[in-house]
Design a protein around this ligand. Structure first.
Ligand SMILES: C[S@@+](CC[C@H](N)C(=O)[O-])C[C@H]1O[C@@H](n2cnc3c(N)ncnc32)[C@H](O)[C@@H]1O
Length: 217
């Protein structure tokens, strides 16, 4: 399900070529690259869920010329922005439409990593479970899931800014809002991932899940 939620993080300027630039995506780009690049494969396929403006995937692809990147995004204007940001990068496929909370979208074992930035607080708990299950199915054995965003710790926001952000989301739709990091870790472990939690600037977190090299182990 795609919700129309208004968040400061989605404010973006658009240039004449249709490239949208979100200040928040500019701000967190460097720390995200620093956390992701050492943990992403050097070859193979990376799927990004909710690519947004395309700023992150364009930068990732420029640093990993031997990886094929697959951006996805439900919003058509943002898909045009992703394609505009990635024009000239031969290792980025055209952005495709994906509601990642819909069951059955995953092509099993088709990608070596899945990247999800700033999405989980925009979906319900049940939708998060579907999304993680599908992303897990999409991964090849030994593949990596990388999830970035703001999270609750022990059920509480860790800053006044996060508390206000969470309250603003829940005021628009009571089913959404910041997820607890412990819940995410548990779901990933139940799915069979080895989990690594990396603290990021501004109280954000990057959670890495490494799938078993032999399925079922
Ligand atoms: C806050 S933006 C983050 C975009 C980008 N990842 C970033 O960090 O700049 C959230 C994005 O999630 C997308 N989105 C919302 N619901 C979705 C869903 N069910 N499946 C996939 N993407 C979704 C929105 O269209 C939007 O582009």
């Amino acid at each position: 399900m795609i919700r129309r939620l208004s968040t400061a993080g989605m404010d973006a300027e658009t240039d004449a070529e249709g490239r949208m630039t979100a200040p928040s995506a500019d701000r967190n780009l460097r720390p995200i690259l620093d956390a992701l690049l050492p943990r992403l494969p050097q070859t193979g396929h990376v799927l990004e869920i909710a690519s947004g403006t395309g700023q992150h995937i364009a930068a990732l692809a420029a640093h990993r010329p031997d990886v094929i990147f697959h951006p996805t995004e439900p919003d058509a204007t943002r898909r045009a922005s992703i394609d505009a940001h990635c024009r000239g990068l031969p290792n980025v496929m055209e952005a495709t439409e994906l509601d990642a909370c819909r069951t059955g979208w995953a092509t099993p074992g088709s990608v070596d990593a899945v990247v999800i930035v700033n999405l989980l607080h925009l979906v319900s708990d049940g939708e998060m479970s579907v999304l993680l299950d599908e992303a897990h199915r999409a991964l090849s054995p030994g593949g990596t899931m990388a999830i970035y965003g703001p999270f609750l710790r022990n059920g509480r926001a860790i800053s006044a800014a996060d508390r206000a952000f969470d309250a603003g989301l829940r005021a628009q739709d009571e089913a959404v809002g910041l997820k607890d990091i412990a819940v995410l870790e548990t779901v990933l472990r139940v799915l069979g991932f080895d989990v690594e939690v990396v603290e990021m600037p501004a109280g954000n977190v990057m959670v890495f899940g490494r799938a078993a090299a032999v399925p079922g182990l």
